[in-house]
Design a protein around this ligand. Structure first.
Ligand code: SF4
Ligand code: SF4
Ligand code: FES
Length: 264
């Protein structure tokens, strides 16, 4: 079954652009990325698009389809009616480089800020055998393909460019939660989550969870438990007293790193 569908594709660069109309052939079983490839092969050979696997696993082909953040390679054409006009636009939260390609450096900068896994210093290789029970909670987060659709949809940065300096988005708060749930990790990541990655900006709207192509329960299984851990610490009387001492200590030592991780 073949038909012709109407598309509006955003064309432009960092200085501006507009939606351009196309009428493109659609065949049975095709996805939106097939249409973009057909456009490149016919009417728009210079149309810029990023993709790699065409199998929903590399996370490269993220875009907004009729305003919804989606993977182009996993969006089937039969989810639209034949007379529907389909708009394909670049991710809105990140700066456009050209056409459907955005600059997602923000995400890599935030990734580098997450303190790495910190096993006990005296642990020798083979000393500890991981069991399924150890990874039961965090295993889900390892499915992340870094498509950044969750960071793109989160209103805390989507509507507030100024928050990008202080908020890392759901993808990296989830990474902190994942490390926090690791039985061998010795770092206390709660202060880092709040001070360096802006956990407080998240008001658990679950928009990130709704767009995740890996169906990871980002809000329920990562962000809310992390918030609960932070709240436990904040209202722990022993921690409150220790925290006062630490603040005084930092004042006396101007070289100390604010928000640095502390031993459990
Ligand atoms: S749940 Fe939190 S991180 Fe996810 S989209 Fe909503 S505010 Fe952003
Ligand atoms: S958590 Fe889901 S939406 Fe976010 S980057 Fe990973 S795969 Fe993409
Ligand atoms: S091309 Fe790899 S996820 Fe779409």
């Amino acid at each position: 079954m073949t038909y012709t569908a109407k598309f509006k594709v955003w064309r432009g660069d960092d200085e501006g652009g507009a939606l351009q109309d196309f009428a493109v052939e659609v065949n049975e079983g095709e996805v939106v990325l097939d249409i973009v490839h057909r456009l490149q092969a016919t009417e728009a050979p210079d149309l810029a698009v990023r993709w790699n696997c065409k199998a929903g696993k590399c996370g490269s082909c993220s875009a907004e389809i009729n305003g919804k953040p989606r993977l182009m390679c996993m969006t089937r054409m039969n989810t639209f009616t034949e007379d529907e006009t389909i708009a394909i636009t670049p991710l809105r939260t990140f700066p456009v480089i050209r056409d459907l390609v955005t600059d997602v450096s923000y995400n890599y900068e935030k990734a580098r800020m997450v303190p790495s896994f910190a096993p006990p210093a005296d642990l020798e290789p083979g000393d500890y055998r991981m069991q399924q029970v150890d990874v039961e909670r965090s295993q889900e987060f390892r499915k992340c393909i870094e498509c950044f659709l969750c960071n793109n949809v989160c209103h805390a940065v989507r509507d507030h460019e100024e928050n990008k300096t202080t908020f890392s988005g759901p993808r990296f708060l989830m990474r902190i939660a994942e490390l926090d749930m690791h039985p061998l990790d010795t770092a206390d990541r709660r202060e880092v989550a709040v001070e360096d990655h802006g956990l407080g900006y998240c008001n658990i709207t679950k928009c990130c969870t709704e767009v995740c192509p890996e169906h990871i329960h980002i809000t329920d299984n990562a962000l809310i438990p992390l918030k609960e851990r932070v709240a436990d610490r904040k209202y722990d009387p022993i921690f409150s007293v220790a925290s006062l001492f630490r603040k005084n200590e930092k004042r006396e030592k101007p070289g100390a790193t604010p928000g640095g991780s502390t031993p459990r």
